[in-house]
Design a protein around this ligand. Structure first.
Ligand code: OSB
Ligand code: MG
Length: 370
């Protein structure tokens, strides 16, 4: 398989409501699609999910476009690929820039599956056709507004609630959700907002029967997470810390966490994500699939990947209407009885809605590799 041409488009969609985290407020989401074309005219699609500001991780969408165009695509020029994992090897000379790598690597997996006329899930061991899903909930102005929002998600069928927290806005809203929904799977995500001085405040959350607490401390800090995990019953989950299998191995060796939020783009693509799933399975770490406000393309990829049996804990994979008014795929994703059905088409399994794409597209370019 040879990649001969890439089409790149830039898109932007408003969020239905602002999403508030310990980092700040997100009102609209910029994202790009990369279409990779082979010598036979087949096409695969990948989504670039990075943000405009370097708050969640250091990558930004503008820099990722630059890395893709000037460093990653030239590595594919003139190369014959036997299997999509070859791309991971080729990209090893570029450090970091995981989301940039993932946009291209996942597009090539999609292309490969479409060439072979198989759904992407065909290449993963032991998969299911529907998967349990949860919803990530931002901070709200008042506890009443929060409970109303959570109630609506529970009515829509979501079986797990993840609440964004920060110091001074954690115990009270979490306790309110726990009291209103005594048996629901509930967890908290701090997005690195805590410090050593907050140890006792975090330990107080141990009484709320949380499934886990995600990323309380700095994205590079494995030691403080280990100290907290030692003093808490509730599982610690790492998100921002985990950029590669080596990071998972470090977390495991130090006992910094019991759970991994795995995002394919944050670890550079499917090849690395598969290595991480395998490691988690054989080392008693819970692995579950996180999200990046994906459009229908990134969501379809997430559904294919999370169809693996290893993903028992509900992922941050929500319906198309969770964040956006419309989707860029022709069959928007819906939740029924807490589950989403994995698309069954070839590759990532979805068709694009070009009417929507043309309307929200802000730039389009073709890059030839011949
Ligand atoms: O910390 O998991 C996170 C979204 C963007 C960046 C980081 C995070 C999130 C979410 C929402 O929590 C995930 C989603 O629903 O797509
Ligand atoms: Mg997180």
């Amino acid at each position: 398989m040879k990649i001969v041409e890439i089409q790149h488009i830039q898109l932007n969609m408003p969020l239905k409501s602002s999403f508030v985290t310990s980092y700040g407020v997100l009102k609209e989401k910029a994202f790009d699609l990369y279409f990779v074309c082979d010598e036979r005219g087949n096409q695969g699609i990948g989504e670039l999910v990075s943000f405009e500001v370097p708050d969640y991780i250091e990558e930004t969408i503008v820099n990722d476009r630059h890395i893709i165009k000037n460093y990653l695509l030239p590595l594919l020029k003139g190369k014959t690929l036997q299997y999509p994992t070859d791309v991971w090897q080729l990209f090893q000379t570029v450090q970091g820039n995981y989301m940039a790598k993932s946009a291209i690597e996942t597009a090539i997996w999609d292309l490969y599956a479409k060439r072979q006329k198989q759904p992407l899930s065909y290449y993963f061991p032991t998969t299911r056709d529907r998967i349990p899903v949860g919803v990530s909930v931002g901070m709200h102005e008042s506890t009443d507004a929060l409970i109303d929002a959570v109630k609506a998600y529970v009515e829509q069928g979501y079986t797990r609630i993840k609440l964004k927290i920060k110091p001074e806005n954690d115990y009270v809203p979490l306790k309110a959700i726990r009291e209103a929904f005594p048996t629901i799977l509930l967890m908290a995500d701090a997005n690195s907002a805590y410090d050593r001085q907050h140890m006792d405040a975090l330990k107080r959350l141990d009484t709320l029967n949380l499934s886990m607490i995600e990323q309380p401390f700095h994205p590079r800090d494995f030691v403080l997470h280990q100290q907290l995990q030692q003093q808490m019953q509730t599982a610690i989950c790492l998100d921002e810390n985990i950029r590669s299998l080596e990071d998972v191995q470090t977390a495991h060796a130090l006992q910094s966490c019991q759970s991994i939020n795995l995002k394919i783009p944050r670890v550079g693509g499917i090849t690395e994500a598969l290595r991480i799933v395998e490691f988690c399975d054989s080392h008693q770490l819970t692995v579950w699939l996180g999200g990046m406000f994906e459009s229908g393309v990134g969501r379809a990829l997430n559904l294919q990947f999370a169809s693996q049996q290893s993903f028992q804990f509900p992922g941050d994979i929500s319906a198309s209407d969770r964040y956006y008014y419309e989707d860029i795929v022709t069959q928007p994703v819906t939740v029924a009885q807490g589950e989403i059905i994995v698309p069954s088409g070839m590759g990532i399994g979805v068709e694009l809605n070009w009417e929507v794409i043309h309307r929200i597209c802000t730039l389009s370019e073709k890059i030839s590799l011949e």
